[in-house]
Design a protein around this ligand. Structure first.
Ligand SMILES: [Zn+2]
Length: 346
């Protein structure tokens, strides 16, 4: 079969779409005929190489995918041949105190399909039963294959970790990206007043379509100053920040007294000045979040499948053009999810 793969870390040239051994289906695993799968910024990081993460080579990338069940291992009980499924990428150990509490995104041995483990951007992939979510008939493959990672991430950030309530004010940074556009939709659905930043007016219009009430072009105005002005100097209750060093200080400045900054990533760097004076005086919380529990993923995806939330599809490419998909992400061209399909599906 064909799979996207690379044998060493590096620039986009290391990515190939080539022959790869058929996956072996473990006792608790399901073999999927992959129809579509989105890329995430994680795919770019994994390709470049992350400290402390040493995947077996050649590495097949891809944390998001959806397809049809071809075969099930003998211990699989929830799925049968022909079922439509989407992959949810977080893999807990099942044994540590956090897994036993049902919160496997806190697993001390937490691993992510496509990052620590072989990914799913291939014609076929074997995935543990626990990592599959049923997909109803009528949901487009590109939608099914692009929702799980970003929507579960944004859901846990806002609903669980930041404990967002109706009537609160939320600022979503980078609102046209994967997690950003999911966060805008979830915050609006919760009944929050949503402030969104993006780099162009076109991306901001898209954030407005997703439910943002107030739009801030961060290329032409300082977003913390804009938030002060828009909120009568009060600030917002919650900031969703996955950008890191470039935005952290202004994120703290944007918070109202008692506000919460919730972060799921640091694409511009992980070490901004802590700003402890602002944190203690304004009684702020800085909250981390990663992925979600299987139950949280089920909750938010049921709202994707019924059309309440909609992953925006930026472009659909054949898997042989995965390098171009990385380029779209790295250059921040357009908005929404970049999806790849096996060449044989196009
Ligand atoms: Zn565990």
């Amino acid at each position: 079969m064909k799979a996207v793969q690379f044998t060493e870390h590096g620039d986009r040239n290391v990515i190939a779409y080539d022959d790869y051994p058929e996956p072996e289906v473990g006792r608790n695993e399901v073999l999927i005929d992959v129809k579509a799968g989105a890329l995430n910024h994680l795919d770019v990081w994994t390709r470049r190489g992350l400290p402390g993460i040493d995947p077996e080579m050649p590495h097949v990338p891809g944390s998001d995918a959806a397809g049809v069940v071809l075969e099930t291992g003998p211990d699989v009980t929830r799925f049968h041949e022909g079922d439509r499924v989407a992959v949810s990428a977080g893999v807990g150990c099942g044994r540590c105190e956090f897994c036993r509490d049902g919160d496997e995104s806190m697993c001390v041995r937490y691993r992510i399909i496509g990052e620590h483990l072989p990914g799913v951007h291939a014609e076929r992939a074997a995935v543990p039963e626990d990592n599959l979510i049923p997909v109803p008939e009528g949901v487009d493959w590109a939608v099914a294959g692009s929702a799980t990672l970003v929507f579960q991430t944004a859901w846990r950030m806002l609903v669980d970790r930041a404990d967002l309530e109706a009537g609160e004010a939320v600022l979503v940074l980078g609102a046209s990206g994967g997690v950003g556009h999911a966060a805008v939709q979830i915050a609006a659905h919760t009944g929050a007043e949503v402030f969104a930043t993006a780099s162009t007016d076109e991306k901001l219009q898209y954030a407005a379509d997703c439910g943002a009430d107030h739009l801030i072009n961060y290329e032409t105005q300082n977003f913390a100053a804009a938030i002060r002005e828009l909120t009568g100097k009060r600030g917002v209750d919650v900031v969703v920040d996955h950008i890191g060093e470039a935005t952290y200080d202004d994120s703290l400045k944007s918070l109202a007294k008692g506000g919460r900054l919730v972060t799921c990533g640091a694409t511009t760097g992980p070490n901004p000045p802590a700003g402890l004076n602002r944190i203690f005086w304004n009684q702020l919380s800085v909250i981390g979040s990663t992925m979600a529990t299987p139950g949280q993923a089920d909750d938010v995806l049921s709202l994707v499948w019924d059309g309440t939330f909609e992953p925006r599809i930026r472009e659909v490419l054949p898997m042989s053009r995965t390098a171009r998909a990385h380029e779209l992400l790295e250059n921040r061209e357009g908005f929404g999810k970049v999806v790849v399909k096996p060449d044989s599906e196009l």
